[in-house]
Design a protein around this ligand. Structure first.
Ligand SMILES: *Cc1c(COP(=O)(O)O)cnc(C)c1O
Length: 381
């Protein structure tokens, strides 16, 4: 893959930036308190954040805080029992972070095409790739729109394989009224700077089989039973290769404070999303990436449009200091994934790859700005 993107926009002048980190106003004060205690690394703040996250998003599933979304994905793959050579079906269109931990494991990646209207994994494509050798299916709720979970769950039951949801875009999304995080065997979240809210860097893994929680905690911390060690009951043996994937109490404080603000964050994002959708779906030269399926409740992380004159629009908007970008790119173009492709065609990905563009959507974009940006786009295109 070789093409250049527009540089990111400077934040020194007024304009509409594509992303902006969300930090609760309470956090500076609350972190100051944490800094004067003994627990700045993983301590009671992490437990408190996990408990609150579980109440809101994962319900009966366990919630385990990690150092990043990527850490959570790697842990999910390990806990799903994936090993070298195992076939895993995953989407071709996502942040590379979804698929890179499959390389750590040495899994045999099978890329599925996307549905061009939602840019989520195509169920037809998954069905064509699935076989007795398939050990897991990974899906990504692109932009915050849930995938076809009923269909994926059916395949999961039929082939007795786990579904791993990468929900880095989908905090607050629901399917059939159930929050994303409470549905599948494993679900991962990210609190990286540009996500719904941030902990600097951080992630969450939710796990359906609560019996795996102890192992998950060991893998998060060198293979050590940390609770047992702190209670003086640990036998002091490390029998599996663990990682250093924990969250710190400094980060968890940011996370907990933002969870208290979460309804406000989500409602604002959904409001901006709806303004773009109402105004831009009237334009016949523009496709809004979305789905009217009533089972799906959108978490409005990204608003994406598709159009023939994508480059023209992007450059024009930049003249008005409105930042847009493609954000994620098809993974089969990257050299690290080439060996898994072998001439395979991705018809829908091919169709949309030079057409999609993500518009600014975050807590600092006002309704008026969203109206103005939409009107401007409708004027240009
Ligand atoms: C952000 C993101 C990740 C990675 O999360 P990190 O916290 O940056 O490791 C994974 N998958 C998707 C789809 C993402 O957007």
């Amino acid at each position: 893959m070789s093409f250049k993107e527009l540089p990111i926009m400077s934040d020194k002048q007024k304009g509409a930036l594509l992303f902006y980190p969300y930090i609760s106003k309470k956090s500076a004060q609350n972190i100051k308190k944490v800094l004067s205690t003994r627990w700045i690394g993983q301590g009671p703040g992490v437990d408190k954040f996990e408990k609150k996250f579980q109440q809101i998003f994962s319900k009966k599933n366990s919630a385990l805080a990690t150092g990043s979304g990527t850490d959570s994905l790697h842990l999910a793959y390990l806990l799903a029992g994936l090993k070298k050579g195992d076939e895993v079906i995953t989407t071709v269109f996502t942040c590379t972070a979804t698929n890179i931990p499959l390389l750590y494991i040495g899994a045999n990646i099978k890329f599925a095409d996307i549905d061009p209207m939602t840019m989520n994994i195509s169920i037809d494509s998954v069905k064509k790739l699935i076989s007795k050798k398939t050990k897991a299916i990974v899906c990504v709720h692109y932009g915050g729109l849930p995938c076809e979970m009923n269909e994926l769950q059916k395949l999961s039951r039929k082939y007795k394989i786990p579904i791993i949801e990468d929900a880095a875009h989908a905090m607050g999304a629901k399917y059939n009224g159930k929050p994303v995080g409470s549905i599948s065997d494993f679900t991962t979240f990210s609190f990286q700077a540009i996500k719904h809210f941030t902990t600097g860097d951080g992630g969450m893994l939710t796990i359906k089989n609560n019996k795996l929680l102890k192992k998950a905690k060991r893998l998060r911390w060198f293979g050590i039973d940390r609770e047992g060690k702190q209670n003086g009951t640990w036998e002091n043996d490390v029998f599996e290769t663990g990682y250093k994937y924990q969250m710190t109490d400094i980060a968890a404080t940011l996370g907990y404070d933002s969870l208290l603000d979460f309804n406000k964050i989500l409602n604002h994002r959904r409001k901006i999303f709806k303004i773009y959708l109402d105004k831009l779906s009237k334009n016949k030269n523009i496709i809004c990436i979305n789905d009217d399926d009533k089972k799906k409740y959108h978490s409005a992380w990204l608003f994406t449009i598709a159009l023939e004159k994508k480059d023209f629009l992007q450059k024009k908007l930049r003249e008005y200091r409105i930042e847009t970008n493609q954000v994620h790119f098809r993974n089969d173009r990257y050299s690290i994934f080439k060996k898994f492709v072998k001439g395979q065609k991705f018809k829908n990905m091919d169709f949309i790859e030079n057409k999609y563009l993500v518009l600014p959507l975050h807590h600092k974009i006002s309704s008026k700005q969203a109206v103005d940006i939409s009107n401007l786009i409708n004027k240009i295109i």
